[in-house]
Design a binder for this molecule. Structure first.
Ligand code: HEM
Ligand SMILES: N[C@@H](CC(=O)c1ccccc1NC=O)C(=O)O
Length: 287
């Protein structure tokens, strides 16, 4: 560091640094910041200071959900193409996104019950239950529920996305099909199941996963894929649990704006599982 800089405690802008963006793409224009940063519209009147936190917490969550869905769809495509290595790369990214989403709850947890109560009434019947991207992620991970489409009948694009995902195989379906192509004995009823239904526990998969976990010559990438799916489910449950705890500390046991019983309804989501056999096999694993 030059002595002049340390004395002034200010970095000189170098000669080559670009400053004129009248005719070229800049940071802000590339990222469409004008739109993103003008998309926060508090509805409280008079405007409540903390509503900005509430809006931005949701908007950032929705951006991460968008990327998570993008990566999960790609992971499923790569499994279909038998490119397990690249699918693992996508899942690694998904896992980091999930960590960020879960960590982020601590920001919203600074909202006190009273602060929230002061603007909650302005939210009407809006609720995170109506997040189509969250529902899309649940669908591709296997928690299919045709009844959820109804919530999106007024939004044709969201409805179409969910309708398509409802009828498409899940990430787990794609993985099991890849295992079958790799010589594992996956029953035909499982490979040809009705993919619009939620996944149900399949005892016949336990020996398959036992073999993957215990055999010396298991392909490392298949073993790793099993472990990544376990991580994705664990991370998802951690998000659900943090949501539940933040909800409990902010609204207690009030009913939700979406019309549900609130905390009790959210608690029941903790019993849902995406890849039950990958957890059940652990009971069977010996030394
Ligand atoms: C103070 C903050 C929050 C409170 C009090 C709250 C409360 C609730 C409640 C009570 C429900 C149940 C549905 C209902 O009747 O409304 C719900 C669902 C949901 N919320 Fe929140 N929430 C908060 C923040 C968030 C944030 C930041 C997100 C991020 C996107 C979110 C996403 C969701 C989702 C996806 C559901 C549906 C969950 C499911 O189907 O199991 N919530 N929330
Ligand atoms: N369901 C929440 C309201 C809520 O959190 C919310 C309202 C509008 C937009 C997003 C929301 N987030 C999550 O549910 C409540 O009952 O207070």
């Amino acid at each position: 560091m030059s002595t002049e800089q340390s004395a002034a405690n200010q970095r000189d802008i170098e000669e080559g640094v670009r400053t004129d963006f009248r005719n070229t793409m800049s940071y802000g224009s590339y990222l469409d910041l004008e739109r993103i940063l003008s998309a926060q519209h508090p509805v409280s009147n008079p405007e409540h200071h903390d509503e900005m936190l509430f809006i931005i917490q949701h908007q950032t969550s929705e951006l991460w959900l968008k990327l998570m869905l993008h990566e999960l769809v790609e992971a499923r495509r790569l499994l279909d193409a038998d490119d397990i290595g690249k699918a693992l790369k996508c899942l690694a990214r998904v896992k980091h996104i999930q960590k960020t989403l879960t960590e982020q709850w601590s920001v919203l947890a600074t909202l006190t019950p009273r602060e929230y109560a002061q603007f909650r009434g302005f939210l009407g019947s809006a609720s995170g239950f109506q997040s189509f991207q969250y529902r899309a992620v649940e669908f591709i991970l296997g928690n299919k529920h045709a009844g959820m489409l109804k919530v999106h009948q007024a939004d044709p694009k969201a409805h179409e996305l969910l309708e398509n995902l409802l009828h498409e195989p899940t990430l787990y379906d794609a993985f099991l099909a890849a295992l079958a192509r790799n010589g594992y004995d996956i029953p035909a009823e499982i490979l040809n199941r009705d993919v619009t239904k939620p996944w149900s526990f399949q005892e016949s998969l336990i020996p398959v996963f036992k073999k993957i976990y215990e055999s010396e010559d298991t392909l490392w990438s298949l073993y790793q894929a099993c472990e990544d799916l376990v991580d994705v489910e664990d991370n998802f449950q951690a998000w659900r649990f943090r949501h539940l705890r933040v909800v409990q500390r902010t609204i207690g046991f009030k009913r939700g704006t979406g019309g549900s019983s609130g905390v009790d309804f959210l608690k029941r989501a903790l019993d849902l599982t995406f890849f039950p056999e990958l957890f059940a096999v652990r009971t069977e694993i010996g030394s």
